[in-house]
Ligand binder design. Structure first.
Ligand code: AMP
Length: 427
């Protein structure tokens, strides 16, 4: 009998976590480049926040959310996405009152969705997301998209396309909603039960129904961009012309509506045909959400953002060779109990001086210990046999040039530093 990790979760083991750290560092560097600051919000929030922000007709909330009652009977949800928590914190901490009107933040961390686990789909997964709050401007939309493109380019993902669309403002969406209802009314009998409910509550969600995806009426459905109000159209035209000026390739994808309810105006997705991800994989997406902050009780505040699935970004890094992995500076090889005591002293001294070190803790012979030094890719092996202990010396072997010298205990540090800086004189 044993325990296994809950379905849809994975352990990130040593050997894999290095890749995560590399990805995280790259994302942090790009964020700094765009003057985007990190924000950390709780992993669980009141369920009501997500019902409100993401929308209770979305699949994410209605089917996939991990919601439970805590000991006081409060409904709590593990966050299925990052924007709602950021928006809540923005309002609660009155960030709208800060002197800098445009607040640009990023987050990264685990998200939870009760989905059927499959390749690239987990129940606990990670997202890197960016939110730019406080300014309604097509320039900010484009800055956001540019940052998303920078991320995939920095990762070297091939065959990436930016898909964009506009859902328009409230007036456009009202007009579009009516057009959609007119379109689907005659097909209602052929659609699934969920879609029948969506027809009344939120017809836009019919378009991302997984059950009815192949229904012919989906293909002939009206397009959002044909229902844009004049100001929404101007906004979208400006976004497109800015992307043109920056020579960023994009396609206008009139089917793109995104799965969460809070979007308005510009929506976008980054789709990759990189063989590492499989054809047509969505690496990430986002868009503008001008109604969200007001919806959750804050002052009317525009916003735009995106989120990437980090597992998918990692696949891009996966084929990169691991050769650049750092090895240890020193592997200490004590032979015998007395030598171990001395090895402990030496390893503490070397670590205190900034060297990465490991020692043998399983009392093996020389051969086994050399194998470990090899596996750890140690620059130096420091051998401590009975003779060495008696004479208060160690045997230091440089595993790069194979030079091996006997060094008095008090000269270990000097020898290693000297050797690393290129000097090779013997002590
Ligand atoms: P969304 O918040 O649904 O727009 O998702 C943004 C990105 O997160 C997607 O493009 C995926 O890369 C990633 N993602 C969403 N759900 C999952 C999941 N269950 N497992 C792994 N990645 C996911």
């Amino acid at each position: 009998m044993g325990y296994s990790a809950p379905r849809g979760t994975v352990d990130i083991l040593p050997g894999q976590s290095e890749k995560w750290i590399k990805l995280e560092q790259l994302l942090r560097t790009i964020a700094a480049n765009y003057n985007v600051k990190e924000m950390r919000t709780p992993i669980f929030e009141h369920a009501e926040l997500f019902n409100r922000a993401v929308g209770d007709t979305s699949d994410v909330v209605s089917k996939e959310m991990y919601t439970f009652q805590d000991k006081k009977g409060r409904y709590i949800s593990l966050r299925p996405e990052g924007t709602s928590g950021i928006a809540r914190a923005y309002v609660e901490n009155k960030m709208y009152g800060l002197p800098e009107k445009l607040q640009k933040v990023y987050y990264m961390g685990p998200m939870f969705r009760y989905e059927r686990p499959q390749n690239g789909r987990q129940r606990q997964f990670h997202q890197f997301g960016v939110e730019m709050l406080g300014v309604e401007s097509p320039y900010v939309d484009v800055e956001c998209m540019l940052m998303a493109v920078t991320v995939v380019e920095a990762l070297g993902l091939q065959n990436v396309t930016l898909h964009i669309n506009s859902l328009g403002d409230d007036a456009s969406r009202d007009a579009y909603r009516e057009a959609l209802k007119d379109h689907f009314r005659d097909h209602l009998d052929e659609l699934c039960g969920d879609c029948k409910a969506r027809f009344e509550k939120n017809p836009l969600r019919i378009l991302d129904c997984k059950v009815d995806a192949k229904h012919p009426a989906m293909k002939t459905a009206p397009k959002t961009i044909d229902y844009l109000s004049e100001s929404a159209k101007n906004h979208f035209d400006k976004v497109c012309s800015l992307l043109d000026d920056l020579e960023i390739d994009y396609v206008i994808d009139t089917n793109l509506v995104r799965g969460l309810d809070y979007y308005s105006h510009t929506v976008f997705e980054i789709i990759s045909d990189d063989p590492k991800l499989g054809a047509g994989a969505t690496v990430g997406g986002g868009g503008r959400y001008n109604g969200l902050i007001e919806e959750i009780g804050g002052p009317a505040t525009p916003g735009v953002g995106f989120a990437f699935g980090m597992e998918r970004l990692l696949l891009a890094l996966d084929n990169e060779e691991d050769e650049d992995e750092d090895g240890l500076d020193c592997y200490i090889m004590p032979l015998g109990e007395e030598a171990k005591d001395l090895a402990m002293q030496i390893i503490a001294m070397l670590r205190a001086n900034g060297f990465t070190c490991e020692m043998d803790h399983v009392s093996r012979g020389l051969k086994g210990q050399f194998k470990s030094a090899d596996r750890f890719n140690a620059h130096f092996s420091i051998i401590l046999g009975e003779e060495e202990v008696k004479n208060e010396v160690v045997n230091i072997k440089c595993n790069h040039d194979k030079e091996q010298v006997v060094v008095p205990l008090e000269n270990i540090l000097a020898h290693i530093e000297n050797h690393l800086s290129g000097g090779h004189e013997h002590e």
